[in-house]
Design a protein around this ligand. Structure first.
Ligand code: HMG
Ligand code: MG
Length: 302
């Protein structure tokens, strides 16, 4: 097995994790969560999204949260921008990276961003150009890369198509996303292989939701392919408002435990990460979805 020695985790809890919460989470809580995550050693944090507050009310405080975080040198902060309006709003808060988000499924593209896959690229094109001109790194997310809540199984060819379209408009890195967590390792491998037709191994990350409990297995097969960048969410927070029933991303704590246990470095302090997860779980008044956090917290209590 040729596993990477270092793995970069992009913490998406503040954005993907919280976007679906029904009750408002105050900006101050989001800001403290970001602080605790960077204190735990996370160097990449997806903070918020500049989307329509009518579509995703929880992210309406985007500018306030970006203004409130205490930036640390060496930490990169990213935000989602679906269109030029979102990018212009985001720009004022000086993100290090923006994320345009498309889908491998037409139906999901329509429900999530209200346009076809092809039209989404025309919306992204000026965003990517403006971001790159401003020296802001551009990541693209490919949702529903293995399955779609409306269309079922998604063919690898659909992933390859979106990867090519994103490459054509200048997206620098792509995340292959199992939005609803239906993927199993061989399907994920095929989706990643499709993305690899257009992007270098170093420019691809995995974004796995854990709805069916497959995310760690999917992470492992990705690692075996040499993929070394993943989006994860503290306490396994999350779900997508346009993917009913989908649960959060794989818990950052669980991935860190897996990686450290296999001798891979992340730069993350698991104990402090567990504290960050406990902080947000306490606020939300529900237990963490992280199995590792549960195990280590009960060990602490004993
Ligand atoms: P639209 O209705 O087609 O947009 O929505 P529009 O351009 O026709 O504008 C309509 C209204 O929205 C106007 O306001 C605009 O000003 C406003 P009105 O005149 O009616 O008052 N508007 C905006 N407001 C704030 N920020 C903006 C913005 N753009 C337009 N950027 C749009 C298109 C994309 C805006 C909408 O569909 C939207 O906001 N969708 C949100 C989608 C979303 O956030 N989904 C969750 C994130 S993606 C995800 O979780 C997946 C991921 O994790 C990977 C994975 O797991 O798959 C990334
Ligand atoms: Mg997601």
């Amino acid at each position: 097995m040729n596993l990477p020695s270092f793995v970069k985790l992009v913490e998406v809890g503040p954005r993907d994790g919280l976007q679906n919460e029904k009750a408002p989470v105050p900006a101050a809580v989001k800001i403290e969560l970001v602080q605790r995550l960077q204190d735990a050693g996370l160097k990449e944090i997806e903070v918020t999204s500049f989307v329509s507050p009518k579509w995703v009310p929880q992210m309406a405080d985007n500018a306030q949260v970006m203004a409130g975080i205490a930036r640390q040198p060496g930490v990169r902060y990213s935000v989602l921008t679906p269109n030029l309006q979102g990018f212009e709003a985001a720009r004022a808060s000086q993100p290090d990276e923006i994320v345009v988000f498309g889908a491998a499924s037409e139906a999901f593209s329509q429900r999530n961003i209200n346009c076809s896959v092809e039209d989404s690229m025309e919306r992204f094109r000026p965003v990517v150009a403006a971001a790159r001109a401003a020296g802001i790194y551009v990541r693209g997310a490919i949702s529903c890369a293995v399955g779609c809540p409306y269309e079922g199984d998604v063919a690898p060819a659909a992933v390859a198509r979106v990867a090519r379209l994103m490459k054509d408009i200048g997206v620098q890195h792509i995340g292959v996303a199992d939005t609803i967590g239906v993927g199993t390792p061989l399907k994920v491998q095929r989706a990643l292989d499709a993305a690899l037709q257009h992007y270098d191994l170093n420019d691809i990350s995995g974004h796995f939701h854990d709805t069916y409990g497959q995310a760690l297995a999917n992470t492992l097969i990705s690692l075996q392919m040499g993929v070394w960048q993943f989006d994860t969410s503290v306490a396994g927070l999350g779900g997508c408002p346009y993917a009913k029933g989908a649960t959060g991303n794989v818990a950052t704590e669980d991935v860190v435990y897996l990686l450290h246990g296999m001798g891979m470095d992340t730069g993350i302090d698991l104990e402090r990460l567990i504290d960050a997860g406990q902080f947000i779980s306490d606020f939300l008044q529900r237990p963490s979805h992280s199995r590792v956090a549960k195990a280590l917290l009960s060990k602490r209590a004993a």
